[in-house]
Design a binder for this molecule. Structure first.
Ligand SMILES: Nc1ncnc2c1ncn2[C@@H]1O[C@H](COP(=O)(O)OP(=O)(O)O)[C@@H](O)[C@H]1O
Ligand SMILES: [Mg+2]
Length: 288
């Protein structure tokens, strides 16, 4: 299937979906119900229902402090909710630690990149690899098995680094990379586990315009390769450009959902951004 067909298919799957918070999807890869997280007296996340349609690029937007990063942390096991449950591909993930969540095929990147600066780019990639040595005691006892796995991991890392144009940097410390290159490294590392769902927390923040375009292309490639993408982004032009569906959070809740074109018109979205000073523009731009 060509990439434009994939795109059309992703959009078509959403045509009949109600443009309202928590709307059921025809083929959800992720379903979250009643997920709440309180910090002291503050309710950071209070999502009664969220369904993510498989095979789409879905943008998660909302003003600063809306709870987007906390919601990512909860879903991926980096934080624990006060209440709630969620399933990925029909499998319950609540209570599962982050490293196990990643292995089920659901990976995320961080708003503030977590590349380990005193390790090389290649070492960072291998940290994201499945079946690290010693993970399974018995297999670890048998020499040879791991060398095969390690070779496969290294080959995959090399291939991804070439793809993200980081291969020349493989032996450099990650700390020497530019902000944009770190974002690429995070994305490349996330792909080491051959995930089904990739969650990107502000992948374009602090990245120069040329690299932003290339990141957008990489996000599209993930969909073309059959993955589902959920990403947080503030730039509405980028959101319009690349997403099939938009979910809007404000004060911990999902307040709107819809196609990029429709959602920006909704009163709940306009209200959510009123009084916000960061650079979100809700003007109807040149959307595709
Ligand atoms: N570890 C924490 N301790 C206390 N408050 C937190 C913590 N993490 C996030 N918050 C608060 O939760 C709210 C949501 O934050 P966050 O999820 O980072 O929002 P967003 O990513 O949408 O900007 C904010 O008010 C933030 O200050
Ligand atoms: Mg955030």
């Amino acid at each position: 299937m060509s990439s434009s067909e994939k795109q059309q298919e992703a959009r078509a799957s959403l045509v009949a979906v109600a443009q309202e918070p928590g709307a059921p999807k025809p083929d959800p890869i992720l379903v979250a119900v009643g997920v709440q997280r309180q910090f002291g007296g503050l309710t950071a996340v209070d999502v009664s229902r969220f369904e993510l349609q498989r095979g789409t690029i879905t943008a998660l937007i909302g003003p600063n402090g809306a709870g987007k990063t906390t919601f990512f942390n909860l879903l991926t096991g980096f934080d624990k909710p006060n209440e709630g449950e969620w399933t990925f591909d029909g499998r319950s993930l609540a209570g599962m630690p982050a490293y196990k969540v990643a292995r089920t095929g659901m990976v995320r990147t961080f708003q503030l990149t977590k590349a380990l600066s005193k390790m090389t780019v290649m070492q960072n990639m291998l940290l994201g690899a499945p079946n690290q040595k010693g993970e399974n005691f018995f297999r670890g006892l048998i020499p040879g098995i791991w060398s095969g796995q390690e070779k496969a991991n290294r080959e995959r890392a090399e291939e991804l680094l070439r793809h993200f144009k980081l291969d020349a940097k493989a032996d450099d410390f990650a700390g020497s990379l530019s902000g944009g290159q770190r974002k690429l490294l995070e994305m490349a590392r996330a792909l080491m586990v051959q995930p089904e769902l990739v969650m990107l927390d502000e992948p374009m923040a602090g990245v120069n315009p040329a690299l932003k375009q290339s990141l957008l292309d990489h996000i599209r490639e993930l969909r073309e390769a059959g993955m589902t993408v959920l990403f947080v982004e503030h730039d509405m032009d980028m959101v319009r450009d690349v997403s099939d569906w938009v979910v809007v959070m404000a004060q911990g809740e999902i307040v709107a959902e819809g196609t990029p074109r429709e959602v920006m018109q909704q009163q709940a979205v306009i209200d959510a951004y009123l009084g916000e000073h960061h650079s979100v523009s809700l003007d109807s731009g040149s959307g595709s």
